[in-house]
Design a protein around this ligand. Structure first.
Ligand code: SAM
Length: 277
């Protein structure tokens, strides 16, 4: 079997279960062959060894049963950086790059800022910022020790030296009171949301996804306590669900935040709210 035949067969097998069958087939084959996807297009007639065929078939079967592609390959790209991923936390999503773009634009010329990334997961937000702003001092926290282990592995891979990792149930073990920015992509899905039974989220931990009946419990907690850890004029920045913009705005205002700014994702949904103390 050659590359073209393997891809044709696999994408057909995946078409009933995955909305991105051909892309999945390409990513998984390039993972097995340890090459990039451009190589697959350049060498369609290259034969797969028996071992490669068997490894590929096994991955395609796991994907048919729903396993996320990122869990099968153990990696995902975020902000054009390689991240190791596993089932201890969320697989980084493209919409979270909106927060990175916003911070880099808004605080472009600021030196030596102190930033706290809460619920860091793989470390995606903290590491992307640390790469772009090596003079900023970053604290990245998570309640999950497994997630922190993964974030530490990602930080080491990228040779980051300006992040300190802290295990903490939100602000419990956060001692500093002078952050310039607190940023978070917290859990924000309602606990009975039917989407939890579909797609990749079935394989991600509920602790990274859900937050009470409306999905807002964690955001409300962050809004209520952020001021105790921000300096004067400090900013709180959160990602939230596509239909939560008004409730999040109300929550910021009730907690005396001003200068509310919001950003939309690529689909035009307001997915990020930022505000200043
Ligand atoms: C939606 S994920 C975001 C992960 C990562 N920041 C990202 O953007 O890809 C939420 C993260 O919050 C963490 N988390 C959940 N409850 C928490 C709590 N009480 N205190 C701190 N972190 C928490 C989860 O373990 C998870 O890693």
């Amino acid at each position: 079997m050659n590359i073209q035949q393997a891809l044709g067969q696999a994408s057909q097998n995946l078409s009933a279960s995955s909305p991105s069958a051909m892309l999945d087939a390409q990513i998984l084959l390039s993972f097995v062959l340890q090459c990039n996807t451009a190589h697959l297009a350049a060498w369609p007639e290259k034969e797969l060894s028996k071992e490669q065929q068997s490894d590929y078939l096994q991955l395609i079967q796991q994907r048919q049963q729903g396993s996320p592609v990122a869990h099968l390959t153990g990696q995902r790209e975020f902000w054009s950086l390689h991240f190791f991923v596993n089932n201890s936390t969320l697989i980084p999503r493209p919409e979270t790059e909106t927060l990175i773009e916003y911070m880099l634009t808004k605080f472009d010329h600021r030196k030596n800022l102190k930033l706290l990334d809460m619920g860091t997961g793989t470390g995606a937000i903290a590491i992307a910022i640390a790469k772009e702003k090596p003079d900023w001092q970053i604290v990245a926290s998570d309640v999950s020790n497994e997630a922190l282990k993964l974030a530490g592995q990602n930080s080491e891979y990228h040779q980051i030296s300006n992040i300190t990792f802290v295990q903490s149930d939100w602000f419990e073990n956060i001692t500093s009171t002078d952050f310039d920015i607190i940023v978070s992509n917290p859990p924000y899905i309602a606990s009975d949301d039917p989407h939890l039974q579909q797609g990749d989220v079935r394989f991600e931990p509920l602790s990274a996804l859900t937050s009470g009946p409306e999905g807002l419990d964690d955001i409300k907690h962050l809004c209520a306590h952020a001021a105790e850890h921000l300096n004067n004029n400090g900013w709180l920045i959160v990602e939230h669900g596509y239909n939560q913009a008004q409730q999040v705005t109300d929550c910021f205002t009730e907690n005396k935040f001003t200068k509310i700014e919001q950003q939309q994702d690529l689909s035009g949904h307001t997915r990020m709210t930022a505000a200043r103390l």
